[in-house]
Ligand binder design. Sequence first.
Ligand code: IMP
Length: 198
Amino acid sequence: MKLIKGMRIVLATHNPGKAPEIAALLGGNYEIVTAGELNLPEPAETETTFGGNAMLKARHAAALSGEVALADDSGLSVSALDGAPGIFSARWAGPGKDFAAAIAKVELRLEESGSEDRSAWFTSALAVAWPDGPCVVVEGRVDGQLVFPPRGDRGFGYDPIFVPAGESRTYSEMDRTEKEADSHRTRAFARLRAALID
Ligand code: IMP
């Protein structure tokens, strides 16, 4: 199964800001419409892995729209916390998307664990589903170290505490193009393009 230039792809998100970013990461050439624009309901994210949740969202949007759908799921995994917050990364910030609180929770859990290990990684899973069944899933990952207190004022989510391997600055201290030159999302999209675009 391939993505054909010019085809319409339903993006399984209700965040309109994601559409231009994902269109660019796919290399242009596609008409992107969001699940929100089509008024498709959002499914509950009931799977236990990033890939599972991406697949669930893509399949749901493809089945309801009758078109090819793309979904992503991403998050931060901390080694000393057995991979938490993982698929619960967004949920740790609560309905108010309070990432200062989510970061404080990571720090507290690390202190409680007694571990000195600050290694962590970001994962981005992408799934593309066709309405008649097939679904392709890929993942990109970037390893790094957590630092406290948080540093920098750019980016989003857990960026202020994550220093990617080989760097001394957090993602929040880098500008967006520097971060996205080799982020988990960039790596996942490279794999997706290799798998699905000729
Ligand atoms: P999703 O929208 O369900 O995939 O949730 C992703 C969550 O993981 C976001 O809300 C962020 O908390 C976190 N996350 C994913 N990618 C990044 C990143 O590049 N920087 C910081 N946080 C991220």
